[in-house]
Design a protein around this ligand. Structure first.
Ligand code: BG6
Length: 505
């Protein structure tokens, strides 16, 4: 892989896309507008889109939340959020264009009459800003609130405009609740109007798994049980739970990250090539993989919870001492699993999955470990360096792909040493990668559901997660079992050691 190309891509969302359509005029309504996601991700993503001229010509944003606030104050808060979390410099002209269409409504939308003001404002915006009755509703609210909100949105459809409903994860809490939630949503919206978001699918590096596998002829023939020894998927975070104890106590690592991000990475790594890149072709192949994941052997499931420790040079409390967390909480902040994908391509190939909070570093990687060369002629003399090939897809940070090969050390004799061939996004394309939410919000406006999760896949994800959770219910965990700032519980290393393997660091 010689990746030192000199391509210069200044506007990646435009330049990288075959689809250069600008979305139709529309209003984007964010439910949960006072929340963390809106500050850190959604408004900075809209600013980045405005910065590149990718938003619809006629556009408005309506923030809806229970927190009392005025439009003016909300705009100021959002400007500060863009300055802090955005990837572009704050430019007055760009901000003014976006902010001019931003409004805030404090209301409990789910209460009697709570929707009236929002609906009136949307009609007014149709007239003043030309949004033509087209609506993107972004539900960044807990699953419990969604049902009443979608009932009201369903009743108050605009007679001629289109509608798209973006639903944030987690989509339910388990299979049963996901089904109920989905029934509520589909009684008001059609499947093609529903965009269940998992922001991992909007990451350039995650989409590049498909490009890497299917745009290159050389990998597919070896991408199977005959050549691959095992696969490791890691979503490691140095961050803790921040201020999200209320949510996290109910979710834990298995629902917060395994159910969605980790299983998405697994699905893209293991899926069959789709016939084309249309939403259903891609999603049909992904769901087959998730359905083929067998419930793990209980001996190969590790859960962990962090105790006090040091992260990035700062002392941090243990999970049980985080504000809002029960002092005897049994919520897991770490999970490691070994699973099998029971199909023709992957039978017998272990997939090792792990994720955790407050680990020693932040890294999301997919590692494909190949079987050793069958008969290296210099086995006796090559020394320690004769190691199996591996491909590391570095999803974040330092986005790129590298491949470990054995090379001869210059000089006398035939000593072999592992070296890396590597491709790095920043060196190859000279760009800062767009944030996942930019791509996904734009796709939803354009009505392209390829990178959103269809309900059959969500259900397959929950069936798997339910099977794991059922195994550990009733057994008291020995928490905390890893110190914050370390690579995780010892039991996760033991899980690998039992198979004579190591986690790739
Ligand atoms: C979110 C989880 O979905 O993903 C968070 O709720 C987690 O707990 C985050 O921190 C990780 O996303 P990223 O893009 O930072 O890897």
């Amino acid at each position: 892989m010689n990746a030192q190309t000199e391509a210069r891509v200044d506007v990646p969302l435009e330049a990288g896309s075959a689809d250069q359509r600008r979305p139709d005029p529309c209003a984007l309504v964010i439910f949960g507008a006072s929340g963390d996601l809106t500050h850190r991700k959604l408004i900075p993503a809209l600013y980045a889109l405005e910065f590149r001229g990718l938003l619809p010509e006629s556009f408005a944003v309506v923030g809806v939340a229970r927190t009392q606030n005025s439009t003016e104050a909300w705009r100021e808060e959002m400007r500060a959020a863009v300055t802090e979390f955005g990837r572009d410099e704050m430019r007055d002209d760009v901000w003014k264009r976006l902010a001019a269409g931003m409004h805030y409504v404090s209301t409990d939308f789910s209460s009697e009459g709570g929707e009236t003001e929002v609906m009136k404002l949307l009609e007014q915006l149709d007239k003043e800003r030309g949004t033509r009755g087209n609506r993107v509703y972004y539900l960044a609210v807990p699953p419990a609130v969604i049902s009443t909100v979608v009932d009201k949105l369903g009743e108050r459809r605009h007679p001629s405009g289109w509608v798209r409903l973006i639903v944030e994860k987690p989509f339910g809490h388990d299979l049963a609740s996901a089904k109920v939630l989905n029934e509520d949503i589909v009684s008001n919206f059609q499947e093609q109007e529903i965009f269940r978001i998992d922001h991992y699918l909007g990451k350039e590096t995650v989409q590049n798994v498909l490009a890497f596998r299917f745009a290159n002829g050389i990998f597919e023939p070896i991408w199977n049980r005959r050549y691959v020894d095992s696969v490791q998927i890691t979503v490691a975070e140095s961050l803790g739970i921040e201020d999200r104890a209320g949510f996290y106590e109910q979710a834990g690592a298995i629902r917060d990250v395994v159910q969605n991000h980790v299983l998405q990475l697994l699905a893209l790594t293991a899926m069959e090539p789709p016939a084309d890149f249309e939403a259903d072709a891609v999603r049909n192949e992904k769901v087959k993989v998730v359905r083929a994941i067998a419930p793990p052997d209980p001996g190969y499931v590790v859960r962990g919870q962090y105790g006090p420790g040091e992260v990035d040079g700062k002392k941090v409390p243990g999970y049980r001492h985080e504000p809002g967390v029960a002092p005897d909480s049994e919520t897991e902040t770490y999970v490691a699993l070994k699973v099998f994908v029971d199909n023709w391509r992957w039978a017998g190939t272990p997939f090792y999955l792990r994720t955790g909070k407050h680990l020693s570093s932040r890294a999301t990687t997919i590692v494909i470990m190949f079987r050793p060369a069958p008969h290296p002629p210099f086995l006796e003399i090559a020394g320690e360096g004769l190691r199996p090939n591996l491909i590391v897809i570095q999803v974040q940070p330092d986005e790129g792909i590298s491949m470990r090969i054995g090379a001869k050390v210059p000089g006398q004799g035939m000593t072999i040493q592992p070296v890396n061939l590597s491709f790095q996004y920043d060196r190859a394309f000279h760009v800062h990668l767009p944030e996942a939410y930019e791509k996904l919000i734009l796709d939803a406006m354009l009505g392209d559901a390829t990178l959103f999760t269809r309900i059959d896949e969500v259900e397959a994800q929950w069936s798997f997660v339910d099977s794991v959770v059922a195994q550990w219910q009733g057994s008291a965990p020995d928490f905390p079992n890893y110190a914050a700032g370390t690579p995780g519980p010892k039991a996760a290393d033991a899980l690998m050691a039992r198979d004579d393997r190591l986690w790739c660091r």
